[in-house]
Design a protein around this ligand. Structure first.
Ligand code: AMP
Length: 432
């Protein structure tokens, strides 16, 4: 029970928890051609993906510009039913045609079986096929492309692979995941992201690297400085391509790919489809295998509720909530960089162990804040939308929307930081 006067409204004042782990098959996965809407712009839906539930309904009800409907922030998490079909992959990690050392490393990470996206894509990638993967974060898509690409590098240490991501945090996260798979293998990588000292990246690029992971702007910058030559890179991964487009990276992406060899292995991942994305795919991919894997509707396994301020001070309400030990690892979203920093200072003064992450911080500061939150050195991380997208942080107990998100898409992304890997999460939205 919260120690605030304003209890969450709706049916959701008590949170249920679901301890069951594992990835579930709640929507179909398939390979083959997607049924697309006519090329009229906007997002088209893939026929193989998720079709029903809140998210689908809400997405169509809310365009980027439409107003938010508060009722969509209230939803009781649906417990995963015991009879709900647990996803059974066609492949096991042991049966994959990959090197033993890599299999051992996968086992050491305690991955029991492939997730749907891994099950559907690893074999195709091992065969050298281009892939279009419609999947969001939390589906295990990073390992879906890393496992076969690491295998490629083990077989030929001269292979060079470039991975483009929308944000520096995601680039670092991918490198962390890469490192966790190659502990005992001689494979080298460099992260090339803006906001970090370019000199260090230049020094690292002078040595051989099999993996270059970066944001399009910085990668292009390094190419123009002639420090990075992608002519020898025969493989490219475009991760969260839709997000890269949203962030205005389309020309940079095109520039980078145009410099790469024509005979190339291209892996393309995106959470949504649009006509611009389809054009990119048409221009740069060669007869790709299409894989659509939507997770269990994100909003289904997250308890969502609103807290009405009714004239109360938002900061007091938040501080009260945070004094409840159940709110052990809380991601708080504010709308502006300035607002996030201010809230962080106010909470610190109230004795809350907190960190903030936003675009006014240097790369190093952002990493430190994130690390302190990940390792439970602080209870809360206050964040703006942009930097928090795609972050993979384990066991976030609650997401609190201190300020309303701008769009329903942003809302879904925010709350998707909790309730990951089929755990039940909790999201609270403050309403003035
Ligand atoms: P991603 O969608 O790549 O951000 O991955 C989400 C989380 O799932 C990460 O913490 C991964 O380490 C984890 N993960 C990926 N594949 C598996 C697997 N086969 N079994 C268990 N956990 C996994």
């Amino acid at each position: 029970m919260y120690k605030t006067n304003s209890r969450p409204s709706g049916s959701n004042s008590r949170f249920s928890s679901n301890k069951k782990g594992g990835f579930r098959k709640s929507s179909s996965t398939r390979t083959g051609q997607f049924n697309r809407k006519p090329k009229s712009g906007g997002s088209s839906r893939f026929s193989g993906g998720y079709k029903g539930g809140n998210q689908g309904r809400n997405r169509s009800r809310f365009s980027k510009t439409s107003k938010l409907d508060i009722s969509t922030f209230i939803n009781k998490a649906q417990a995963i039913k015991p009879d709900e079909k647990v996803f059974e992959p066609k492949n096991s990690f042991a049966s994959l045609p990959i090197e033993n050392i890599l299999k051992e490393n996968i086992l050491r990470k305690n991955y029991q079986k492939p997730t749907p996206i891994q099950d559907e894509s690893i074999l195709h990638i091992l065969e050298g096929k281009d892939i279009v993967g419609l999947a969001n974060t939390g589906t295990g898509k990073t390992a879906a492309f890393l496992i076969p690409l690491i295998n490629k590098v083990i077989l030929n240490s001269k292979e060079q692979i470039i991975i483009l991501t929308p944000t520096r945090e995601l680039a670092i996260q991918i490198e962390d995941e890469l490192k966790s798979f190659i502990d005992n293998i001689r494979i080298y990588s460099t992260v090339c992201v803006g906001g970090a000292p370019i000199y260090k990246q230049i020094q690292k690029l002078k040595k051989p690297n099999q993996f270059v992971i970066g944001t399009p702007g910085r990668v292009m910058d390094l190419m123009k400085r002639k420090v990075l030559n992608v002519k020898g890179f025969k493989t490219i991964v475009l991760d969260e391509a839709d997000r890269m487009l949203d962030m205005g990276f389309v020309n940079d992406m095109r520039f980078i790919m145009a410099q790469m060899p024509k005979e190339r292995h291209t892996l393309f991942f995106s959470a949504t489809m649009s006509s611009t994305i389809e054009e990119l795919i048409k221009d740069f991919l060669n007869n790709p295998v299409n894989i659509s894997v939507k997770t269990r509707d994100v909003s289904k396994n997250i308890d969502q509720d609103v807290i009405r301020m009714n004239g109360q001070n938002k900061l007091d309400v938040l501080a009260n909530l945070l004094s409840d030990p159940k709110l052990s690892k809380v991601l708080v979203f504010g709308r502006t960089k300035h607002g996030v920093e201010k809230l962080n200072k106010q909470l610190l003064q109230l004795g809350v162990r907190t960190e903030s992450i936003h675009g006014n911080k240097t790369h190093g500061q952002r990493q430190r804040s994130l690390q302190r939150f990940k390792t439970d050195s602080v209870q809360t991380l206050i964040a703006t939308d942009v930097v928090a997208r795609g972050l993979d942080i384990n066991n976030v107990s609650h997401v609190i929307n201190y300020d309303l998100p701008e769009t329903y898409d942003d809302y879904v992304h925010r709350i998707g930081r909790t309730g990951r890997a089929n755990k039940t999460g909790k999201a609270l939205t403050f309403i003035d």
